[in-house]
Ligand binder design. Structure first.
Ligand code: NAP
Length: 248
């Protein structure tokens, strides 16, 4: 019997990368999974197929997490499909490096809109059902950069720091019924880092105490922990599968 048998989950940004890894791990543990994506329909279909090929249940649902109407539809669709959302993973995110002196205001707004406002919006509409049922888990994918910051990522670091503070505040507000936690991964091999240079990677590997980049499989087990019975006594926490990059 899987650790998430009988549960339903919504994972935002699950068409690739960390979101896909979390969705697949949830599927393996027996959860019915809603795979959200913004534009990569084929990627979302591949995530669904991967879950179904291992005997799990999954559906894909398009929505832009930064758009209120789109998010209302997303939550309604998943609740209708699965009868409720037991576990919400706010994973969708964007990263567009820029020094602050050259940053377009639009770049700042886009980052904060998806990474912070998106987390608020999906949680805002999914929490109603969780509070009605008196149970639920919210897992917010932040970043180690929300703790330590990084050059060219003031917008991203600010948004992810906001996600961590949102997690703590909401955890206090909705306890003891709903548990709200964050995951702050370190550098993980996904499309998000595809534009980094070899030099950046070498420096990063030297900086991280465990001496390597992480993989999606280094992150997904933390989400499974927080979603399942083993996560019963966690709320307001930020767990960091980051090779020791940001110790806190
Ligand atoms: P990724 O490979 O670039 O995937 C991003 C995912 O987010 C995609 O599924 C994308 O959907 C979705 N997305 C983007 N904007 C969206 C929107 N407005 N509405 C709905 N979905 C949207 O990134 P990743 O590395 O897996 O990152 C996942 C999360 O982990 C992000 O929150 C990121 O900030 C965080 N994180 C990543 C790292 C890292 O090193 N990779 C480290 C720390 C934290 P489409 O495919 O449809 O575009």
């Amino acid at each position: 019997m899987g650790m998430l048998e009988g549960k339903s989950a919504l994972v935002t940004g699950a068409s690739r990368g960390i979101g896909r890894g979390i969705a697949a791990a949830f599927g393996r543990e027996g959860a019915a999974v809603a795979v959200n994506y913004r534009s990569n329909e084929d990627g979302a279909a591949e995530t669904v197929e991967a879950i179904e090929s291992e005997g799990g249940t999954a559906v894909s649902v398009q929505a832009d997490v930064s758009d209120e109407d789109s998010v209302r539809r997303l939550v309604e669709t998943v609740e209708d499909e699965f009868g409720g959302i037991d576990v919400l993973v706010n994973n969708a995110g964007v990263l567009e490096p820029s020094t602050l002196d050259e940053m377009d205001v639009e770049t700042w707004d886009r980052t904060v809109s998806v990474d912070l406002r998106g987390t608020f919006l999906v949680t805002r509409f999914a929490i109603e059902g969780m509070l009605e049922r008196g149970d639920g888990r919210v897992i917010n994918v932040a970043s180690q950069l929300g703790i330590k910051g990084a050059p060219e990522l003031a917008h991203y670091s600010a948004a992810k720091g906001g996600v961590i503070s949102f997690t703590r505040a909401l955890a206090r507000e909705v306890a003891p019924d709903v548990r709200v936690n964050a995951i702050a991964p370190g550098p993980i091999e996904t499309d998000m880092l595809e534009n980094t240079t070899e030099e950046w990677r070498e420096n990063k590997e030297a900086e991280v105490p465990l001496g390597r980049m992480g993989t999606v499989d280094d992150v997904a087990p933390t989400a499974v922990l927080l979603a399942g019975d083993g996560g019963d006594y966690y709320t307001g926490q930020t767990l960091s599968p980051d090779g020791g990059d940001a110790m806190h």
